[in-house]
Every structure is written in structure tokens, then in C-alpha cells.
Design a protein around this ligand. Structure first.
Ligand SMILES: [Zn+2]
Length: 218
């Protein structure tokens, strides 16, 4: 499927014009999560896709990483070139309790497919409570200053493909992109498996067009 609608600010593709306001700007940009240059997602965070992501992340069924990574490949933008793939980090305490970082597991086969290095460029400094149930502003406060770049010289001047499993508000990815750009990255695009359709929980934005899933060219 090829997206026909794009946000004029971040170039995020959408299946319909519904998520865009009258100026052609998406909800993410309207809410100020604009530190990355574009965001691509394979599908909506629901149904089978959501189940499989849960099985990987919480059921810890690691062999699911490869087929999920194939879905990332399908959502890759065809009009962009990248220098490296960077997984969004989780805190080391969470990594120990889960046994892995799911973003790394899905990013590695993708990087191999693209013949690019996967660079674990970022560190998540402090342990924060899960973002479930927080408002947009709370999510932004929750991740402020949390991410840092390990070695700026590793990513200086590069075009980065940032990878995570789920795109919720963009607050986490935006904080990562901000840190990467401050460290010298030239471009940061986000690629995720699934994008949350937040219409039901966005009561305060009920009367404006809401975010929906975006797709890359498959
Ligand atoms: Zn946008």
C-alpha cells in the first residue's frame, strides 16, 4: 500500500487526509513532537500485530523478532537513505528484568537487510514509570533529559533510522531524536512496527482530526 497523504511538516505518510488539519499538519507536529524528521509505521497497534508484539515483549518469545523485523522492512521509506540504524534504548534495569531490548531485537535483522551498522548510540539515563495513562504533556515531561548519546562521534553528520516497537505519542522518539541531533546527527527518521490510534483516549482533541496509522510504501 502506498500512502497518498503526508504531513507538510514532518512528511509522515498517512492513508487518508483524516489525521491532517486544514494546514496539512499532523497531530504529532501540532503537539510539538517535532524533533524527528519523519515517522513511518507498518500498521496500527491492534489485533494480531499487537498480540505478536506483546508475545515478544512480555511473553519473551524472542524468535518473533525476525518476522517482526520483516514487517519493518515492508514499512521502510523508499525515498530515504540512511547511514545507520539506532534502536531506542530501555533502561538497564528493565533490560535485566525482560532479558533483552525488543527494539534492538527487531532493529538488528533490519540493519543487516539494509547492509547498515546497528549502532547502540543511546543510553536511557533514569528509570521512569511506564507512560501508560499519561497525557501528552506528562509524557513529554516524563522523558525530558532521559536520553543521552554515548559517543557523539559515532553519529556526527549521519542520517539515522531510529527503531522502536510501538509509536504512541512520539514523546519518547522525539526526546531521542533531540539528543541525537544535539550530538550532531544530520537527519533522524523513526520506524516502528505499530502506531497507536489514540482517538478514544484523546478526549481533549475529540473535535479535531486525530492521528491514525501511517504506512510506508510496501
Ligand atoms: Zn507532522
Amino acid at each position: 500500500m502506498v500512502a497518498e497523504y503526508f504531513c507538510v511538516k514532518c512528511r509522515t505518510p498517512f492513508l487518508s487526509e483524516h489525521p491532517l488539519d486544514e494546514d496539512g499538519v499532523c497531530g504529532m507536529c501540532r503537539h510539538g513532537f517535532t524533533d524527528f524528521d519523519a515517522a513511518y509505521s507498518y500498521g496500527a497497534y491492534e489485533g494480531k500485530l499487537r498480540e505478536i508484539i506483546h508475545l515478544l515483549k512480555y511473553g519473551r518469545i524472542e524468535p518473533l523478532a525476525k518476522p517482526l523485523s520483516n514487517l519493518l522492512i515492508k514499512a521502510l521509506p523508499l525515498d530515504q537513505l540512511f547511514d545507520c540504524v539506532v534502536p531506542i534504548p530501555i533502561h538497564w534495569m528493565r533490560r535485566i528484568s525482560r532479558g533483552f531490548n525488543q527494539a534492538e531485537l527487531i532493529a538488528k535483522p533490519l540493519a543487516d537487510y539494509m547492509s547498515l551498522p546497528m549502532v547502540k548510540a543511546m543510553r536511557r539515563r533514569s528509570y521512569r514509570p511506564p507512560q501508560v495513562g499519561l497525557s501528552n504533556a506528562q509524557r513529554r515531561d516524563n522523558v525530558r533529559g532521559v536520553f543521552s548519546v554515548r559517543k557523539p562521534e559515532q553519529i556526527n553528520g549521519l542520517r539515522i533510522l531510529l527503531v522502536d516497537d510501538v509509536f504512541t505519542t512520539g514523546a519518547t522518539a522525539s526526546a531521542c531524536a533531540k539528543a541525537l541531533k544535539q550530538a550532531g546527527a544530520k537527519h533522524v527518521s523513526l520506524l516502528t512496527l505499530a502506531r497507536v490510534d489514540r482517538r478514544p483516549v484523546m478526549a481533549e482533541f475529540r473535535f479535531t482530526p486525530a492521528d491514525s496509522m501511517s504506512v510506508g510504501a510496501a
